[in-house]
Design a protein around this ligand. Sequence first.
Ligand code: UD1
Length: 417
Amino acid sequence: MKIMKIKGNRELSGTIRISGAKNATVALIPAAILADEDTTICNIPEITDTEALCDILRLLKVDVKRASESIVIDPRNMENIEIAEEYSRKLRASYYFMGALLGKYKKASMYFPGGCTIGARPIDLHLKGFEALGAKVTNIKNKYVVEAEELHGANIYLDFASVGATINIMLAAVKAKGTTVIDNAAKEPEIVNIATFLNNMGANVKGAGTSTIKIEGVEHLHRCFHEVIPDRIEAGTYIIIGALCGNRVKIDNIIPEHLDAVIRKLEEIGTDLEVGADYVIVSKNVKYKPTTLKTDTYPGFPTDLQQPFTVLLTQCEGKSKVIETIWENRFMHVPYLNKLGANITVKNQTATIIGPTDLKGTDVVATDLRAGAAMVAAALFADGETTITNIEHILRGYESIIEKLTDVGAKIEIKEI
Ligand code: UD1
């Protein structure tokens, strides 16, 4: 078992370079099988989620070549093999193979995906979209078979602007006959990145980044080169860490517009921030004002940064509130923040934080990926030493987290026990 040990209360300074976006990468890798030739994707983060998806590619007999930060995916000899549970359960996003295999072969067979237990996480909207395109869905226990004689364009309205359903339907529709329109589509930057990749391959996807996406089906998709956008959630996590412990920490290689809601919240509470064209410089402030934040779909405040931001709210003077509207089980970090010394109560979907409180190192658990990020942020700020267990969650989403934090002065290490 791996654990993380952090000696806190150290001032951090220097530069942290942000990696390619996990949530784009996990869709781009499955999307690559739609091409009839090889595709090259660069700025791929080295995280365990990337590895798990490459394992699925290899299972499907896809040729995968990894070089530092880039990947060449050649599906010319691939086979449409059922994706066994031991592969799909490693990450939720393995479900993008459903849309991609359906789009390519008109048939996908796989087991229900795994991932963080932050809510019920149904996939009904994905399946409704596939059905609208002409597919039949058979679900026995946790196995799904989705198949179609022919895929045809359709008008699809998503009851919720789901990131996963929007991407999965795009993947299934790019080679379908005719026009597909997705209304109430999710608008996250990762969706634009996937649509750009598909268009680079020769697809005809318009409107990504707005709530209406229009896809004209094409027969062939070809070789292309593509770059993953910077990870706005990784960037936001380090900006929050900078606001807790930083002395001019530069978070580099980012697209600040993707973090607009987060930057505005940080400014509102009084964070010392300098926002450049592709970077943010952040320093710790002596006093922070309390606030209320409510998670929302993009461009609202991202649910994935709610947990790390809560750590910063423990240092605001007075009562802050976090209202979670996307996931029903995203306060699992709270008991551990309280164990570190925070004063947080949760009722329904709202956390109330009374600050400021001293935080003191102790043993905590990374209950999910972003709860893990919150534990790292809290441990870096806290007095004394913190031990975090279940860090596999953290390593799923943060490339070189030890190196990046050590480079700016943190005392952090991973131990095998
Ligand atoms: C993606 C992100 C995740 C982020 C989330 C919301 C990836 C790999 N993960 O997850 O980090 O927290 O967006 O920004 O990109 N829903 C349904 N039925 C469905 C699909 C979703 O009811 O078929 C509900 C979910 O239960 C949840 C909400 O819609 O309450 C949002 O889910 P969705 O946007 O699909 O999130 P993911 O794509 O799973």
